[in-house]
Design a binder for this molecule. Structure first.
Ligand code: OAD
Length: 240
């Protein structure tokens, strides 16, 4: 790989956090094998039984608070510091491991576990504590309107205007640890490819939307992403 890129987009999914000890969604012991999406991740479920949904995310929060970034997250920081390109991370993950690793330009399109949003006034607040349906909004003081700032099925993704711009201008698109079954994120590679980007997929296995990737690298992201980033850094040094 000897090309020098100017705008790199890295799309991440649950697989990048697997080596930090966090469960993915669709593996044999994944979150969606132990819980029904319809019970905990739809707006209808939240309206029907908000405390059941709050409990699901309340239980998740301490584990995600304690989790530490792994070599894949840290390698992204090295890329951002040493490679002469703008590097943006579009993540589907609600954990904050990118931030803990010092990654910049992180766009949480599916929200963040450490945020709540008030459905009345729209303000977003940070918390690692528990929430329940009786809680009062710190801003508008209305009770019962706080929701985890996590995008449920049937809701619009966050930061999509920014994402559209990033995908149109990127010349290298790297997908790390996502099964590519949840849209619109699963379609980002296609947009980037049509806009002229080189595309690379890092995963343990073949995914269902691998058609638009120029290159596949199989293996754990904690090993494969640092290797790929070393390749990029080496190419940029050789050009200087
Ligand atoms: P999935 O659980 O669907 O997929 C995780 C992917 O990571 C799989 O393709 C695995 O093969 C791969 N993987 C596992 N361990 C890995 C490792 N160490 N290195 C590299 N790859 C590895 O998770 P996502 O694709 O992130 O949405 O799921 C997308 C969305 O579905 C999530 O954001 C979530 C869920 O519903 C919301 O909750 C809003």
């Amino acid at each position: 790989m000897d090309k020098i890129y100017k705008n790199i987009v890295i799309l991440t999914g649950a697989g990048i956090s697997a080596e930090s000890g966090l469960s993915t969604f669709r593996s044999a012991d994944g979150l969606w094998n132990n819980h029904r999406v319809e019970d905990v991740a739809t707006i209808e479920a939240f309206e029907r039984n908000p405390d059941y949904v709050h409990d699901f995310y309340n239980q998740m929060r301490p584990e995600l608070f304690a989790a530490k970034p792994n070599a894949a997250h840290l390698a992204i920081s090295e890329l951002q510091q040493k490679y002469p390109a703008e590097v943006n991370i579009i993540t589907q993950n609600v954990d904050t491991l990118h931030e803990k690793a010092g990654n910049k330009n992180v766009w949480h399109i599916h929200g963040q576990i450490n945020q709540i949003v008030c459905l009345n006034c729209g303000n977003v607040f940070e918390t690692w504590g528990d929430i329940c349906s009786e809680d009062e909004c710190p801003q508008c003081k209305i009770r019962g309107m706080l929701k985890p700032n996590i995008v449920f099925f049937g809701e619009n993704l966050l930061y999509m205007n920014k994402v559209d711009v990033l995908l149109e201008k990127c010349d290298l698109f790297i997908s790390v640890g996502t099964s590519g079954v949840v849209y619109p994120a699963a379609g980002f590679v296609q947009i980037a490819k049509y806009a002229g980007a080189d595309t690379i997929e890092l995963n343990m296995e073949e995914t269902s939307n691998n058609y638009f990737f120029d290159r596949h690298i199989f293996g754990p992201a904690g090993t494969t992403l640092p290797q790929l980033i070393n390749e990029l850094l080496l190419a940029s040094k050789n050009k200087v």
